[in-house]
Design a protein around this ligand. Structure first.
Ligand code: NDP
Length: 277
């Protein structure tokens, strides 16, 4: 049986083994998918051992997404732009890296949630790995403007400058800190790519960022109504979503990359969803 795994530290919380097992069952693919906790200083050694034992590919999660890029022989353009990879595939002695987080997000927004991106005003909160991975796929979808806001505004500036140096985002992409966000308001779509919801912390957002038809999207999943989603609700927003769809869609992209068959994501999203209450 072909072997796959997700590698991270810690890894106990990962839903990837369940998602890929459900995909394999639904598509009739014979594979085994496990979770491996690598020591913080042992990512490459853990991968080497998994490959030597016949492993065909891995998903990579925190804190190893940067190391995954460095490990691979070939890195996709979007993983290079993100500076991080979340999937590796092994073909004999060669290893290829890709990053499906951003395409998973865009697919969840446009297909599952019916949120157009072309011509829309989009606010991306955060400038960490998740935000980096989302930027290029979001830009490719053609928004009218894409504002990146971060607690440490210099990090948002750096991110926008990095993309500009690659010829991306001209006239569309800009950066700022939270205190000046009201100047850019309102937005059609606000994506929370910060880790604030993991710590149950609200964000210093002016209420004007939310409009009557805004979709408020929190990348965190499985936590119900997060402080960010509560802030949106308090401002009158009715369109709320968490990041479970993004997680399942990136997994489906990875599965298709490995196996050549794209699973139906809807039953898996329905099975794993936690109500936003
Ligand atoms: P990082 O650690 O790389 O980045 C964290 C970001 O959150 C930084 O921009 C940081 O700002 C900001 N931040 C943290 N705490 C606060 C706070 N209290 N107030 C305001 N900003 C804060 O994390 P990732 O980018 O990897 O992950 C971000 C989130 O995305 C996580 O919750 C993760 O679970 C989720 N995620 C979901 C995925 C999915 O498939 N649904 C996939 C990947 C990630 P600063 O720079 O100022 O410190």
């Amino acid at each position: 049986m072909d072997r796959y795994a997700v590698i991270g530290h810690p890894i106990g919380h990962s839903k990837s083994p369940l998602i890929h097992t459900l995909f394999a069952r639904a598509t009739g693919q014979a594979l085994e998918y496990s979770a491996i906790e690598a020591p913080l200083d042992g990512f490459a050694a853990t991968l080497d051992a998994f490959r030597a034992a016949g492993g065909r590919g891995v998903n990579v999660t925190l804190p190893f997404k940067l190391e995954a890029c460095a490990y691979a022989d070939e890195v996709s353009e979007r993983a290079r732009i993100a500076g991080a990879a979340n999937a590796l595939t092994f073909d004999g002695a060669s290893c290829r890296a890709d990053n499906f987080d951003g395409v998973g997000l865009v697919r969840d927004l446009t297909v599952n949630l019916g949120q157009p991106l072309a011509g829309q005003r989009v606010l991306l909160l955060g400038a960490g790995g998740a935000a980096r991975g989302a930027l290029q796929p979001l830009l490719q979808a053609g928004p009218a403007c894409l504002v990146v806001a971060n607690r440490d505004a210099t990090k948002a500036d750096d991110l926008v400058r990095t993309l500009a140096a690659l010829g991306l985002g001209h006239g569309v992409l800009s950066a700022c800190g939270y205190p000046v966000l009201a100047q850019h308001a309102p937005f059609d779509l606000i994506i929370n790519a910060t880790a604030a919801s993991l710590h149950a912390e609200p964000l210093p957002l002016p209420a004007q960022v939310f409009g009557p038809h805004t979709l408020a999207y929190d990348m965190v999943y499985g936590k119900g109504l997060t402080p960010f989603l509560r802030q949106a609700q308090a401002a009158g927003v009715t369109r709320l979503a968490d990041g479970l769809g993004m997680l399942v869609e990136q997994a489906a992209e990875t599965f298709a990359w490995w196996r050549g068959v794209r699973p139906d994501t809807r039953p898996v999203i329905a099975q794993l969803s936690v109500p936003l209450t």
